[in-house]
Ligand binder design. Sequence first.
Ligand SMILES: C[S@@+](CC[C@H](N)C(=O)[O-])C[C@H]1O[C@@H](n2cnc3c(N)ncnc32)[C@H](O)[C@@H]1O
Length: 315
Amino acid sequence: MEFHHIPVLLDDVLSVLTPSPGDRYLDLTLGGAGHASAIAQRILPSGSLVGFDRDPDAQRAAQAKLALFDIPSTFIQESFLDMDVSLRQHGFQDREQGGGFDLILADFGLSSHQIDEPSRGFSFLTEAPLDMRMSQSGQTAAEFLQTTTPAALADILYQYSDIRQSRALARRICERAADGQLTTTTQLADVCCTILGYPRPGHPHPATRVFQAIRIAVNKEFDAIDAFLRDIPKWTRPGARLAIITFHSGEDRRVKEAMKSWQHPCTCPPKLPVCVCHKLPIGQTITRKPIEASPQELTQNSRARSAKLRAFLFK
Ligand SMILES: C[S@@+](CC[C@H](N)C(=O)[O-])C[C@H]1O[C@@H](n2cnc3c(N)ncnc32)[C@H](O)[C@@H]1O
């Protein structure tokens, strides 16, 4: 299947990042390079690009698209969980060493290609191996369900997708996985229905949030976001702009808290007359409230419906 993905909130990303010729651009989630190619055009002729994506399909598609621009590019097929180490291994220098980036974009979650390609196992609309690995390597979702415990799985279902019957569902899933009866997407969807109820017209399929929670766990998505938010200030040049698009409340909460702590880092009790922690702001939020897709964008791309864009300007 040809790679397809419509970049979400593209005009808003361009307006908060304000790319200009010569900028050094770091894209943590290249996908099909929809955002990256719009930015690449604007940082020519002297700009440069570094692009992460852990998915080999995305890397291939992005590299082919970006080859149309004559721009020095480095492609890193790894998780941004290890961004700090990977950038150093590729010879990049951080802010303290006089390096870093002017524009940074992270557009979390899955590409449409990953969701729509049946063999990737992210969707229950077609029978396929229960895979769900963005990187196409490591433990599959089927293997994860065979090795996890009902208690750990219940926590994942509840914390990542707010599933109320998480304990009963986790027990049922673990029983079926142990019996070797949970190797395909539709088998997992069927088990979900036995506890959560059967699909009803006009309502999302009951398995939707279960697939979301298991996908987040299999890909360790929140660990990667936490590591990225911890390390990214080191990789900014003075005046750098960071834009982050989230699709899940757990992602957005992390981004919001990180940006708040960068702008208001003081940890002194409010009663103290003067600050004694001496932590200084490292910049300010550009988006007071997150930017969401316009009705017009939603008519063209329904997958933008839960997208939230936050942006930050570093000193
Ligand atoms: C929403 S898509 C990005 C789309 C892209 N902005 C575009 O315009 O085409 C998210 C991409 O991020 C990648 N991704 C998600 N988490 C990642 C991680 N921790 N490390 C590297 N890539 C990741 C996925 O493989 C996917 O290709």
